[in-house]
Ligand binder design. Structure first.
Ligand code: DQQ
Length: 532
């Protein structure tokens, strides 16, 4: 099936076949970036979960390695579930992961590399004393999973947090340990938010208020805020908030209680879940991975023989210009895939028109675009609001932007766009994607995604888009709002996938300036273990 073949990505990480979900235990060790992931070795649907494993020297060119851990003990026989790595000051790696036991109870287990001198970390040993943590008495046996990377407190003890729920309140439990074998549960939660349900894959880390480097998970002191992220099981959305962590009592407080975890910002507004970050000591940055899930049917996945993709790893920094969000940006190494580029300067797109951008084959692209608008007539009157109406909901100042993976006939297309409106408090701008016409296939779930994006005085509207066959990752205003799409075109594939500018605003001319690179493939393949 040519359509299914075309959907496979060329520079995103995905296994050669079968099912993948959450990224697990990312780390940098002896010159290699390691990625583990939830993987079903037998089928393209979830089940029989193991830890798949791959390494890369640059976060882009990956090499598949043998499976790192399989369910072979009573305490993980129903699945080697999500976990995180902690690198101790002496370089030792501690891996903590959730096991689903023979009775489907969620417990936490300890594992470590069998041979620390092996840069590939091929073999993993499960601690004979596992499980190291069982659900506390007041917690449901199936509501206790996904330990974070540990951080060191002022008393020298390690802390880690594990998501759970009490009734409908999402919570994160805190444990202290010195040896990762025995733990003390603190009475108070790191944080709790009523109504948000089970918190999966909690992530918790410091960000520098000023500065362009990432921080080690144990960093503390002035000039630091902490990000708390939870993956909401009820809605399958990653949410985060920025706040302050008190290392004395291990509690975190959001800067803005109205934008608390799960009720405010989304980490990514598109198809995205179960993200996990790690600190890269080599390039002094924090990098976040996320799982892009499918929106087709299970039977299509079985026919394709694979399901899911990981995002391009993204650096994360506190946005000290707005003070209210983080910015995510593709790691700089992606630029090594850039081939020939085409520049378009000040292309005028009139209301109700599309302009083709002649760049040849448009399935592997890195697009950087800036937009200026010029008011027509007496100015904007008709006000539009938000993303929900999609790219066809016309108003004075939007929508306008790009059509990616678009067929010449415009029968299939995926708009990535801005839409502004004037309010009494100034101009509001939304950054959105509209998947509703991305595919003529009937059995595909298609949505409009997006959110308000902060635009500061004097800033032009800007977006960066990575197109990799069926994956589109869109970064608005330098990564303040990010939207990932998984799309299933039937006609706009191979040479028939094109790129257009569009302007569906009624009251503005749009002037677009773009630089577009064709991206090479990363040629991800098995590690040639027989050659070493
Ligand atoms: N996926 C894992 C769990 C986690 C969930 C199981 C999130 O550990 O809570 O595959 O997608």
């Amino acid at each position: 099936n040519a359509m299914f073949t075309w959907q496979r990505t060329s520079f995103h990480f995905q296994p050669e076949k079968n099912w993948m979900n959450d990224p697990n235990g990312p780390l940098f060790y002896k010159g290699w970036y390691h990625l583990f992931y939830q993987y079903n070795p037998d089928s393209a649907v979830w089940g029989n979960i193991t830890w798949g494993h791959a390494v890369s020297a640059d976060l882009i060119h990956w090499l598949y390695l043998p499976i790192a851990m399989v369910p072979d003990q009573w305490y993980d026989i129903n699945g080697v579930w999500t976990g995180s790595a902690t690198i101790l000051p002496d370089g030792q790696i501690v891996m903590l992961y959730t096991g689903s036991t023979d009775k489907s109870v969620q417990v936490q287990n300890l594992a470590y590399p069998a041979d620390p001198s092996d840069p590939l970390l091929l073999d993993w040993v499960k601690y004979p004393g596992n499980p190291v943590l069982v659900p506390p008495r007041h917690i449901g046996p199936k509501d206790f999973r996904d330990p974070t990377t540990a951080w060191a407190g002022p008393d020298g003890k390690w802390r880690l947090t594990i998501g759970s729920k009490i009734g409908k309140t999402g919570i994160s439990l805190v444990y202290q340990t010195t040896d990762f074998k025995t733990y003390e549960l603190l009475d108070e939660y790191l944080h709790a938010v009523p109504g948000t349900g089970m918190w999966e894959c909690v992530d918790f880390y410091p960000v520098a208020i000023n500065g362009s480097v990432g921080l080690d998970t144990s960093a503390t002191g002035p000039g630091i805020k902490h990000v708390l992220k939870a993956s909401l099981d009820d809605t399958k959305v990653d949410h985060y908030a920025i706040g302050t962590y008190n290392p004395e009592n291990d509690k975190w407080t959001p800067d803005n209680p109205e934008e608390d975890v799960g009720i405010g910002l989304k980490w990514d507004y598109g198809r995205y879940y179960a993200s996990k970050s790690f600190y890269d000591p080599y390039k002094k940055r924090r990098i976040v991975w996320g799982w892009i899930n499918e929106t087709d049917t299970e039977s299509d996945d079985l026919e394709k023989g694979w399901a899911s993709v990981q995002t391009i790893p993204r650096t994360v920094l506190y946005d000290n210009k707005t003070g209210s969000n983080v910015v995510q940006w593709p790691v700089e190494e992606i630029e090594s895939l850039r081939q020939n580029s085409t520049v378009f300067e000040e292309v005028v797109v009139e209301p109700g028109s599309v302009v083709p951008l002649d760049i040849g084959v448009a399935t592997q692209l890195d697009i950087s675009a800036e937009f200026e608008t010029e008011l027509l007539g007496s100015g904007a009157t008709e006000e539009g609001y938000g993303c929900s109406g999609g790219a066809v909901d016309r108003s004075a100042m939007g929508p306008f932007g790009l059509l990616v993976n678009a067929h010449d006939s415009l029968s299939e297309l995926t708009p990535i766009f801005f839409r502004s409106s004037n309010t009494t408090n100034g101009t509001n701008t939304y950054f959105c994607t509209d998947e509703t016409r991305s595919s003529l296939a009937p059995d595909v779930f298609k949505q409009v995604h997006g959110s308000k994006v902060p635009v500061l005085q004097g800033e032009k509207l800007s977006m960066r888009i990575l197109v990799d066959h069926s994956i589109v990752e869109s970064f608005g205003q330098g990564g303040r709002t990010v939207i990932t799409s998984r799309i299933y075109p039937t006609k706009a594939i191979y040479g028939a996938a094109r790129l257009f500018l569009f302007n569906n605003a009624t009251g503005v001319n749009v002037k677009a300036t773009l630089k577009i690179w064709r991206l090479n493939s990363a040629f991800i393949h098995p590690f040639p273990l027989d050659q070493i």
